[in-house]
Design a protein around this ligand. Structure first.
Ligand code: NIG
Ligand code: FE
Length: 418
């Protein structure tokens, strides 16, 4: 080995590498996917893993320079690949707590949106905020997400909905990622709702779709490297956009070489899963309403089902049946959907707790759903720890991997404070 290492994480009660075989849906209670090492350690040089194993073996195989090697004592904690949150709308200002109260008192999401609340309200609030305000709010939120063990976060636009506000959103996402020191993948979500400034016009919907394709999409796709979105998204639902309304955007993304992910079946099945599969979407997200045929198409296309229990919980819906998806051959991921309307949640371990108790995932599948599955959906090499691979870790303050759902949202990263 060439010289001293940069960092060592050692004495971990357990090192979860996630370097085992993918979970087999016919044997969900097999824990092999986690590939756990007790009393584990991991050594890092230049951002890569140079050794991992038991603390004893790793210490014997690397050179430590007491002045320059960062030494993280992980006693009593679990070292794991940094968790990955592959669906958030974390770029927003303010909150919509009154809408949650109204829903508890019987209003529906659609009632609230029809009265000018919902997404349109967050659009007005984002447009009124300065760039600095947007960046500050998102950077603070990214640090809070990080404090729960999440090291990679997908962040969508979709509260801009006009050209200038969408461009501003994408630049703010990049700036906040740098400021918070949290890895971000950005997603352009123009088909989230109709721009509230056009909505009341008789042909407002048509004008919005037309303007988006003529003006917003080309401007966004021409953005400088750092701010160009990594993904394109559309909300395909009765409360969002139809399959036919969505196709031009997906075709434009394809021509520009930008992969897609989609909101599918949150309120109704309008065959969005089939559309997602047709366009080779990296993920189809929500899926409270989806047919077996749609799921089979996703399985064939390799589209990850990104389930969002925070949203189903907040909307009072029944949780999607992850077991059914697994048995049809679909890979399942979990994400917070962090947003001010339907899922004011920043805590991925809490999402894992919902998933194992209320969606039928096993604990090993939940780990996979927070690491390997979202990594694949984001074309990112993390989510696994192996020699030569990226050294992206979280240190979860819990005695065993079993506690990720068991602790019901009480787990924090030992070395990361918001
Ligand atoms: O994923 N359903 C559409 N989008 C979000 C909600 C956004 C909002 O209400 O502000 C979701 O649940
Ligand atoms: Fe969402």
């Amino acid at each position: 080995m060439s010289g001293p290492i940069d960092a060592i994480y050692r004495n971990a009660a357990e090192l979860v590498t996630m370097d085992g075989p993918p979970p087999d849906p016919s044997r969900p209670f097999d824990h092999a996917p986690l590939a756990v090492i007790e009393d584990g350690a991991i050594a890092v040089r230049a951002g890569r893993v140079v050794a991992l194993g038991t603390t004893r073996d790793v210490l014997a195989s690397v050179e430590i320079d007491p002045k320059n090697t960062c030494d993280f004592d992980c006693v009593g904690a679990v070292v794991a690949p940094g968790l990955i949150d592959a669906h958030t709308h974390a770029l927003f200002v303010g909150h919509r707590a009154d809408e949650f109260v109204a829903r508890i008192e019987g209003a529906t999401y659609a009632d609230i949106a029809a009265k000018g609340g919902g997404i349109a309200r967050s659009v007005r609030e984002l447009r009124a905020a300065s760039d600095e305000h947007l960046i500050r709010e998102l950077a603070a939120r990214l640090k809070r997400l990080r404090s729960y063990g999440t090291t990679t976060v997908e962040v969508k636009t979709g509260y801009g909905l006009d050209t200038e506000s969408e461009l501003r959103s994408l630049r703010a996402i990049r700036a906040a990622s740098v400021r918070a020191g949290v890895r971000v993948k950005s997603t352009f979500l123009p088909l989230h709702a109709v721009d509230p400034a056009l909505r009341s016009l008789p042909d407002g919907r048509q004008r919005y779709l037309e303007r988006t394709m003529r003006e917003t999409v080309p401007a966004v796709f021409a953005l400088e490297d750092g701010a160009r979105p990594d993904y394109v998204d559309a909300y395909v639902d009765t409360t969002g956009f139809s399959v036919e309304e969505t196709r031009p955007l997906l075709d434009a993304a394809k021509r520009a070489g930008i992969p897609v992910r989609m909101h599918i079946g949150q309120f109704a099945d309008i065959e969005g899963a089939e559309l997602a599969a047709e366009y080779g979407a990296k993920s189809a997200d929500h899926l409270e309403h989806v047919s077996d045929a749609g799921l089979r198409a996703m399985a064939r296309a390799g589209t990850v089902a990104m389930l969002l229990p925070g949203a189903a919980f907040s909307l009072g819906q029944s949780m999607p049946d992850a077991r059914r998806m697994r048995s049809l051959g679909v890979e399942v991921g979990l994400a917070t959907d962090c947003n001010p309307g339907t899922s004011y949640v920043e805590n991925l371990p809490l999402v894992a707790a919902f998933a194992v108790r209320q969606m039928g995932l096993s604990t090993a599948e939940a780990w996979w759903a927070l690491t390997r599955a979202p990594a694949r959906s984001l074309d990112w090499e993390g989510g696994v720890l192996r020699v030569g691979g990226v050294a992206d870790v979280c240190v979860l303050d819990m005695p065993t991997w079993r506690a990720l759902p068991y602790a019901v949202g009480s787990v924090r990263d030992k070395f990361s404070r918001p």
